[in-house]
Design a protein around this ligand. Sequence first.
Ligand code: HEM
Length: 177
Amino acid sequence: MKGIVFTEFLDMVETTISADAVDDVIEAARIPSGGAYTAVGTYDHKEMVSLVGALSEYSGQPMPDLLHQFGRHLFGRFVALYPVFFEGVEDALEFLARVEGVIHEEVLKLYPDAELPRFEARWTGPGALTLVYRSPRHMGDLAHGLIEGCVAHFGDPVSIRRQRLPDGAEEFLLARR
Ligand code: HEM
């Protein structure tokens, strides 16, 4: 997993709790890198699981809630860091339909070793989009938070329903209200 995901996670801990919390969480997570991440480096995604687990212990919040929160935070950072991906995109569903074929495609050009999930996007009606998420890293909670962050960013009211498919994939049913 790219270092940018880790640096943004630690940034969230620092801004929502404190710099001391960052040190405590890194220490408690006992991660091989020791928490010295650079944005362009690549680290074992299991370190993210360890960090979120340590933050959960520290804050008393369940891990899925923290991953949601992190997804929303991360989306806000993507808006600031990659404004070009937002040019000409009118709304949240249009943006989300482009994650696989345009956005992550461009991410792969920037970071050829990025480990990206698969998103299958299907329009099921006007204003209704189904996104199926598949990843060996099983970060459905993070995906959910990113989707929530995207909906919040564009500000259009979109309902999000999530269900697990028999093969373990996560399906997000998005509908403009
Ligand atoms: C401007 C928008 C976006 C950018 C720049 C972006 C970029 C990235 C980057 C750099 C990674 C890390 C790859 C790695 O660790 O090797 C990543 C992973 C990920 N992205 Fe995106 N992304 C964007 C939007 C989204 C959205 C909207 C979603 C959800 C629908 C999403 C879902 C994910 C998930 C869940 C991962 C974690 C890896 C996995 O699940 O296997 N991304 N993305």
